[in-house]
Design a protein around this ligand. Sequence first.
Ligand code: PEP
Length: 249
Amino acid sequence: MRKIIAAGNWKMNGSRDMTASLIGEIRAGLSRDCRGEVLICPAFGYLAQAAELIEGSKIQLGAQNISTEKSGAHTGEMSGDMLVDLGCSHVLVGHSERRAMYGDTSDLVAAKFEAAQRVGLIPVLCVGETLEEREADTTETVVGAQLQTVIDRVGVDALESSVLAYEPVWAIGTGKTATPDQAQQVHAFLRRTIVAQNAKIADSLRILYGGSVNGGNAAELFAMPDVDGGLVGGASLKSDQFLDICAAT
Ligand code: PEP
């Protein structure tokens, strides 16, 4: 039985006040009903504050990006060692906003995945197709290639200590959630792709769905056999919504 994950991607939102109040509300509201894992990914500047605020709770901390470099002359970047030092256990790699706006090609995403694992961080690898790609019926080709680029670099065994997230670009921040069947179809395809290379790892790998998940639709998505939780943007900034998603785990 795979443990479900509720992961919040706060993107470039927040302040010291918001970090304190949101984590305070999530901590207070997390009931024993939440049997899954809970992960929050604030912006770099709030990681240290968040690490202190989650101490002693079940909430885990992730970053939204990582450098492929170890240290030195890389202005504006954050190394894996720094993220570990700040209290992170996870890091997002390949989020569609980074792929579309910040030049994160699949090769670079694979290098970031490797850099994360080099320091013991769990990469949350995001893959997903655009609306045009879905309409052209190339969803499987696109997400399959995004996944395979990582496998080709690090080997399929490396997926054992990672999380995969299927995030259709057309569903992110749009309010247009994939139907549970649409999500299941792609998740099953991703798992089949890995089964062909290592069945044991495919079976244990958690595949999250991301794209307009909220408190009202999380339960039906998480009920699908290959959906092992959610990567949540907008709704992770509202404690009541995020707590409902946590309860759905
Ligand atoms: C995301 O940013 O990863 C995401 C899924 O956003 P939203 O939940 O707002 O669609």
